[in-house]
Design a protein around this ligand. Structure first.
Ligand SMILES: [Zn+2]
Length: 112
């Protein structure tokens, strides 16, 4: 699995960043990669969380930052349109096991 195969959470369609839940499945989604602007397909199967991936018929090997760019651009779109960006309240616990750090993320019910 190369870096360009990472699951992409948001696609770009007609100048807007779109969540995968808001578009049709497959190439019918009409989205392009927020980073390299090549075609995306919306993968809305039953085994994995829904996401976008590059159209496998197009060369996208040079695209290394699709995930990061998609999240960054969607955050900017939300801030620009809503004026606020709310994230769930989380706490992270670090445990060392055999010299390696392991992290557990706990979602909290409400923001404090
Ligand atoms: Zn790309």
């Amino acid at each position: 699995m190369s870096a360009s195969d990472n699951r992409i959470p948001f696609g770009l369609k007609d100048g807007r960043y779109m969540d995968v839940t808001a578009v049709d499945s497959g190439l019918a989604c009409g989205c392009v990669c927020p980073s390299c602007h090549k075609k995306l397909q919306a993968k809305k199967g039953t085994k994995m969380a829904h996401h976008f991936s590059h159209d496998p018929s197009q060369d996208h090997e040079g695209c290394r930052s699709a995930f990061e760019t998609a999240v960054h651009k969607m955050a900017k779109q939300i801030l620009s349109e809503e004026g606020v960006f709310v994230v769930p309240s989380l706490s992270v616990t670090e445990r060392k096991k055999r010299g390696q750090a392991h992290y557990t993320i706990h979602k909290q019910d409400s923001c404090k």
